[in-house]
Design a protein around this ligand. Structure first.
Ligand SMILES: [Zn+2]
Length: 476
């Protein structure tokens, strides 16, 4: 078992442009390998302008530690999304648990939790050698300062944005905890023969969950659906198609613990540019042509997805519908993902069976770091000005104690009939875009796509597309 933070000799970089070699040196010291900065500068191709990219770090680390040990991930936008943070957290925990450091290429300013700040406007490399709070906080070995300090992992991800990081990619990354996590959420779980070994074992870092519908017949059986997913494949994707299957009965099946073939690289949404190596798939039994979703099945769907998020330490915002990931997809037809994510968030907060009226924090395509807040009675949603969000959330916290995402039930049975209800909560009407229910609002959110919602909320779509080198499997 590795120490956390890892054990190594820490010292600063020897020249102003050797942060890359010095950080790689620390990553190697964590593995008991001694190299000088000068030696590493030579193999990294470091010049007085520094070290080109995380790809060089991966190349050199793998020369010394074995092919496939390290891989790198880029955060393409100017800031980091929740999904980028989720992936970094997953990569950090996995690396440190196995005794490996993460090497991050960063740019700009970081503010340690203990205070102060360190700025590298021209770019910098650091080693990340520990985590705490389940991965929400990271230990930075900053060879430039030189100093070691704790930061929020979300802040580290923003520091990495427009650059990348190298992490432990090799080894077995099977999700053998899936059955236990689902059962712990009170769900009924079946195991499909061979699930432990199905799907490629090396994948990740994982960054989210994709919700699908199987699009089979309304009369399909669990036996036929699971056989398609895990044995025969479909006309559009080879088996294994997904890790998980949810039956109309509300029961779950685990059919694969490794990488599956449920998506192609996304062309939109929080996982734009990422594919099967990064995403867990759930196929739910529904014809995807208007078949009604029963409350029981939807409840099971939300609880199962929340169980995955809980195990991974992820927020509900990393959960997407297949149609939100790929513009050529419609599934799962009939599931409102804003409400779905709101329920997942409520389950994660332990608030799922309390009030009927919720404030949903929505991050459809977060390019600028802004959240969007919706108030919802489960049927209709109203957007709240994003500029007011901190104040409003604080008011809710003040008024309702420990349940920051909930408002009290309305007297009239949970329906918001006019803006007076909003005023009754002490909210400033000027913060409610559109001034009322969606039909009178700026757009019909129930029909809007993620892109339309993003546009209506004044946010650009994710600023850049990450060229995905992997040839993703086809999809269902
Ligand atoms: Zn799908």
């Amino acid at each position: 078992m590795a120490t956390n933070p890892l054990t190594y000799l820490f010292d600063g970089q020897e020249t102003g442009f050797w942060c890359g070699p010095a950080s790689v040196q620390i990553a190697l010291r964590c593995r008991g390998i001694a190299k000088t900065e000068a030696e590493l500068a030579k193999t990294l191709g470091t010049t007085t302008f520094g070290t080109s990219s995380s790809a060089d770090v991966v190349r050199v680390l793998n020369q010394l530690l074995g092919a496939g040990t390290y891989d790198d991930v880029y955060i393409p936008g100017k800031t980091a999304t929740d999904a980028d943070v989720a992936a970094l957290k997953t990569a950090l925990v996995r690396s440190v648990d196995a005794g490996f450091a993460v090497v991050a290429n960063v740019v700009g300013t970081i503010r340690p939790i203990s205070g102060g700040s360190f700025s590298y406007p021209g770019g910098h490399y650091v080693a990340v050698t520990g985590y705490r709070a389940g991965g929400d906080e990271a230990y930075v070995a900053d060879v430039g300062a030189p100093a070691q300090y704790w930061v929020r992992t979300s802040a580290l991800a923003v520091w990495i944005a427009e650059r990348g990081y190298s992490y432990l990619a090799g080894g077995d990354m099977r999700l053998l905890w899936l059955p236990d996590a689902l059962r712990a959420a009170g769900l009924t779980v079946n195991l499909y023969d061979g699930w432990e070994a199905r799907g490629a074992s090396t994948w990740g870092p994982l960054r989210g969950v994709v919700c699908h519908a199987t699009a089979g017949s309304r009369l399909s059986t669990d036996a036929s659906e699971t056989r398609t997913l895990w044995v025969t494949g479909s006309t559009s994707a080879p088996a294994p198609i997904s890790q998980l299957y949810l039956s109309r009965s509300g029961e779950w099946w685990v059919g694969a613990s490794g990488r599956c073939n449920h998506v192609t690289a996304g062309d939109q949404g929080p996982h734009k540019g990422f594919g099967n190596s990064s995403l867990i798939g759930v196929e739910a039994q529904n014809d995807n042509r208007g078949e009604a979703w029963t409350d029981a099945m939807l409840d099971s769907y939300q609880r199962g997805v929340a169980a995955i998020c809980r195990r991974m330490g992820w927020p509900a915002s990393v959960v997407v519908a297949h149609r939100e990931h790929q513009t050529d997809k419609t599934d799962p037809v009939g599931i409102d993902m804003v409400v779905f994510r709101g329920k997942v968030a409520a389950i994660l907060n332990g608030d799922d069976d309390m009030a009927q009226v919720q404030v949903l924090v929505r991050q459809p395509v977060r390019a600028g770091g802004d959240d969007m807040i919706w108030i919802s009675d489960g049927q209709t949603r109203w957007p709240i000005s994003k500029d007011e969000r901190s104040k409003e959330l604080q008011e809710v916290r003040n008024a309702h104690g420990a349940a920051p995402n909930l408002l009290p039930p309305l007297a009239n049975g949970g329906k918001i009939t006019d803006t007076g209800d909003i005023r009754a909560w002490g909210w400033d009407l000027s913060t409610v875009s559109g001034g009322g229910p969606i039909p009178g609002g700026p757009f019909d959110v129930s029909k809007a796509s993620v892109a339309e919602i993003a546009a209506a909320s004044g946010k650009a779509a994710a600023s850049e597309i990450r060229a995905d080198p992997e040839q993703d499997g086809r999809d269902t």
